[in-house]
Ligand binder design. Structure first.
Ligand code: 8YV
Length: 339
């Protein structure tokens, strides 16, 4: 009987489906995520690991789990999993692409709108009883329509942001490793610098990797307009937070809205939280009931396929491990679904 470890609580439907497979299912029931040591100890006899962003699934974890065949990440980003280490051990790594693109784009757009139309700060004035007499020059905001949005990373989520921006009559630029065939009304620019110089809003949708770590630093903030706003719903380390603090407090840029930070959770005494032009959300872009349920069910599909020795439907390293697989791909290999 295969054993599956789920490192955080999940939806009852997902737990039921895991248990109905006949696998032994252990759902971590700590109030907090397992520490790294907890995880290393908990995976000893595990065949399938259903992991979350708070777990660093590294070589040490994999070596502590000699039976491990599959790791499924609850999310599209899997930068917390050492994929090279998994490749070397023939372990399938999976994620949940597609289902969260629109929810994430919705949130990115909500952040953009909140910064532009000040729905994040003006309600506080009303609550404090400080809503003063009508003033034609008071409480001025920024238009969204006819402003320029620069999208960095035109993948599934970036494309959804572009579609939303089109509905708001924005001009949309994008910078991506490759020019896209389908551009969703956006205009390709071939350098990040040009995008930063021309945009009123910059929204980050590139994955976190060695190349994108610290991608937005002091030099990049200098290129941005003083009136520009940065939106980050991808991963905290893409932005150099010290440089962001300097740029926001010196007026180098007008504002920032972050769904992701370093660290997470962000301690209440972080200097960014002292700034009036910085809105911070607790990493919730995919956090709607419907989307999180779909993500959980995709993780269930991934992990059940993997422990059964079949290719998981949302495997990110199938090509890399197919010659060296703990997964034997019994029967017909499932086709990769396009996300
Ligand atoms: C997840 C995310 O909810 O998919 C991602 O990459 O950032 C979110 O959708 C988050 O990773 C928590 O697991």
């Amino acid at each position: 009987m295969p054993k599956i470890l789920v490192t955080r609580r999940t939806f009852p439907e997902a737990a039921e489906k895991l248990r109905a497979s006949g696998a032994e299912v252990v759902i971590w029931d700590g109030a907090d995520s397992p520490t790294h040591d907890d995880l290393v100890a908990a995976v000893a006899d595990v065949d399938g690991l259903y992991a979350h962003i708070t777990n660093a699934v590294d070589a040490e974890v994999m070596d502590a789990a000699p039976n491990l065949k599959v790791i499924t990440e609850f999310g599209v980003g899997y930068d917390n999993v050492d994929v090279a280490a998994a490749n070397a051990r023939g372990i399938a790594v999976c994620n949940t692409p597609g289902v969260l693109s629109e929810s994430t784009a919705d949130e990115a757009f909500a952040l953009l709108a909140a910064m532009a139309r000040r729905t994040y700060d003006l309600p506080q004035i009303v609550k404090r009883g400080e809503w003063g007499d009508f003033d034609p020059l008071g409480y001025l905001a920024t238009d969204i329509h006819h402003k320029t949005l620069g999208i960095v990373g035109m993948g599934r989520i970036g494309s959804e942001v572009a579609k939303r921006a089109a509905g708001f009559n924005m001009n949309v630029l994008y910078f991506n490793r490759n020019r896209r065939d389908e551009e969703f009304g956006a205009t390709y620019v071939d350098s990040l610098g040009e995008l930063l110089e021309r945009s009123d809003f910059v929204s980050l949708h590139n994955p976190l990797n060695a190349e994108t770590t610290g991608m937005m630093g002091a030099a990049q903030f200098k290129l941005m307009k003083k009136s520009a706003v940065l939106i980050n719903t991808t991963r905290g380390p893409v932005v150099d937070q010290d440089a962001l603090y300097d740029a926001l407090s010196s007026g180098e840029i007008a504002g920032a809205a972050l769904d992701v930070t370093v660290p997470e959770p962000l301690p209440a005494d972080n200097p960014l939280l002292t700034l009036d032009n910085c809105l911070i959300m607790p990493h919730v872009a995919s956090a709607t009931g419907d989307t999180r349920m779909k993500m959980a069910m995709m993780c269930v599909e991934n992990v059940l396929a993997g422990v059964a020795g079949d290719w998981p439907p949302y495997c990110v390293n199938q090509a890399e491990i197919s010659g060296n697989a703990r997964i034997k791909a019994q029967g017909s290999v499932r086709s990769q679904r396009s996300p």
